[in-house]
Design a protein around this ligand. Structure first.
Ligand code: 3Y8
Ligand code: NAP
Length: 250
């Protein structure tokens, strides 16, 4: 059977996998939710927008004759990952995740782990500080209960409505980022504390290294639970799973 991949994208690894798939001359499509105005150009054809839940994804797999699904979404995209597992099982399509291990604290790191966004909000119930809130746009309003702080906000697109903080500065910037730039940013804004998701990988890690160099504390948001599935941690592992270069007959 000729392979026809669906890559659930939106991460550095998904982009790298798309390049390997295109180079190998395999057929594939990269899928985005449509969260940002201009998703990064991909080396494969792309589709943008939700599928319509598990049923919509299952129908997409069947109608587009998808032979393999690679869930290369961000570790915090738990709903998409759950839907992918269920829809692939129902449609009888093999699934593997291309993910990355969580970051672990290293010597010099000063992390406070919280289980979710609400935990990070609770941890900010403290005297006024200057905070780099680098968790994107979708959950900004959750942080409204602590207006006493100054917030440095890094967003992929300009906010559609004013952030719910009297004292803030918006940086419109998409990663991947560099440690030197993030360190200069923290110094320029006199940052005392960083709030981060435990994204893993390299694209968002610059701020963690910059915080370590400056001896700044980090509130680290642990990942949501994701259902068990086959996992790969490199593009090569996924290409091997695809039986790269040979017909699979699956
Ligand atoms: C739309 C698609 C690539 C992919 C790059 C990675 C790295 C840069 C770092 C900070 C943290 C954050 C955020 C972040 C990073 C990579 C990767 C990653 C974090 C794009 C992209 C899409 C999104 C969606 C966006 C979220 C937001 C999260 C910004 C493309 C650029 C904070 C996650 O405005 C919004 O609605 C933004 C929403 C989901 C989290 C949030 O809650 O707001 N990513 N990011 C995907 C889609 O539509 O399906 O244009 O490339 C992808 C990337 N963002 O190939 O180079 O692999 O993780 N993305 C976090 O980790 O905390 C920024 O500022 O330090
Ligand atoms: P999510 O909460 O797990 O998913 C919510 C819904 O968005 C899904 O049920 C699905 O809608 C749609 N969706 C999500 N990812 C999709 C994709 N790749 N292609 C098509 N539809 C998708 O997802 P999220 O956290 O909002 O993340 C959305 C996208 O941003 C993902 O591609 C993810 O990789 C990327 N991203 C997220 C983060 C983050 O911090 N969450 C960070 C970096 C990149 P339907 O049910 O209608 O199918």
């Amino acid at each position: 059977m000729t392979r026809n991949l669906l890559i659930l994208g939106g991460t550095t690894e998904a982009t790298a996998l798309g390049g390997a798939v295109a180079e190998a001359g395999l057929r594939g499509t990269v899928s985005f939710a449509g969260r940002v105005e201009r998703p990064k150009r991909q080396p494969l054809p792309q589709r943008i927008g939700g599928f319509g839940g598990v049923e919509g994804l299952r129908d997409y797999l069947v109608s587009h004759q998808i032979t393999h699904v690679v869930d290369a979404t961000h570790p915090f995209a738990a709903q998409m990952s759950g839907n992918a597992k269920t829809a692939c099982a129902e449609a009888g399509v093999p699934l593997i995740a291309l993910t990355r291990a969580p970051w672990g604290a290293q010597t010099g790191d000063s992390w406070t782990h919280v289980p979710d966004i609400a935990g990070a909000v609770a941890a900010l119930d403290r005297p006024a500080a200057r905070i780099m809130l680098a968790v994107g746009r979708m959950h900004l309003n959750d942080f409204a209960p602590n207006p006493q702080h100054f917030y440095l906000l890094r967003l992929v697109d300009p906010p559609q409505s004013p952030p719910p903080f009297p004292d803030h500065h918006v940086l419109v910037s998409r990663g991947p980022f560099s440690t030197a730039d993030d360190r200069a940013l923290m110094e320029a804004y006199g940052i005392d504390l960083i709030v981060s998701k435990n994204a893993g990988g390299t694209g968002a890690y610059a701020k963690i290294e910059a915080a370590r160099e400056l001896g700044l504390p980090v509130i680290m948001i642990d990942r949501p639970a994701i259902p068990d599935r086959a996992e790969a941690y490199s593009v090569d592992e996924v290409m091997a799973w695809l039986g790269h270069g040979t017909d699979l007959g699956v």
